[in-house]
Ligand binder design. Structure first.
Ligand code: SF4
Ligand code: SF4
Length: 204
């Protein structure tokens, strides 16, 4: 289907009736290729309307906690093995951040929503003209990053960090990305459980 034909009118939200026809429900209908401002607007809209209720779901609540711990563990492991030091040196000495403009286009609404559910505000404007939307003065500004951000280890890191240390980081990264996937699926399931089984097609 032509994406333009399903382009939503207001921040990507459609109001429909559920199977019993007595309740209006908002369906997220925005794919990754929509502009980041629109995806953020939709994630914020869902968060405002449903965020508190989503967080009451026990499965999602546990996954959010486990995911937060996994993210913290990834960063702690990266600090421990020297990756944070290498990346800081790379940014300061070589101006070489790998967080380039356009990576934000990989994000979908649910991943943005997860950041909001975890209490992180999403930037309203791009800080660096040639940088990722989420790149701030002190590095990445979000908690829930895309799998390509989490998994990326450049040649410099492979050159300067011992392989057994890299493997520790990869193990931590795998925990983080597995939990991120489970959390995203649970939230999508929660959102879709609100809708009519015969609702419009899923765009996630
Ligand atoms: S991952 Fe590599 S390119 Fe990116 S900031 Fe770190 S050292 Fe630099
Ligand atoms: S790590 Fe953060 S700033 Fe860097 S590309 Fe990923 S989301 Fe953007």
């Amino acid at each position: 289907m032509n994406k333009k034909s399903i382009r939503p009118q207001r921040a990507g939200m459609d109001e429909v009736k559920n199977a019993k026809g007595h309740r209006n429900i908002l369906i997220p209908r925005m794919g990754v290729d929509f502009p980041i401002e629109e995806k953020i607007a939709q994630a914020s809209d869902i968060h405002d309307r449903w965020g508190a209720l989503i967080c009451e779901d026990k499965t999602i609540m546990h996954l959010l906690n486990d995911y937060r711990q996994a993210v913290n563990n990834s960063w702690e492991t990266m600090r421990h093995v020297g990756i944070v030091r290498e990346c800081t040196a790379c940014a300061v000495e070589d101006g070489g951040s790998c967080c380039g403009k356009g990576i934000e286009d990989k994000f979908d609404v649910v991943l943005l929503l997860i950041n909001l559910l975890m209490g992180r505000r999403l930037p309203k404007v791009r800080f660096f003209s040639d940088g990722c939307w989420f790149l701030g003065e002190k590095g990445c500004t979000i908690i829930a990053r895309h799998v390509i951000c989490v998994n990326y280890l450049c040649k410099r890191l492979y050159r300067n960090i011992a392989l057994d240390q890299i493997q520790k980081v990869q193990w931590a990264m795998a925990q983080e990305t597995d939990l991120s996937f489970l959390l995203e699926e649970s939230i999508k399931g929660w959102l879709w459980a609100l809708t009519d089984r015969h609702s419009p097609e899923r765009i996630f």
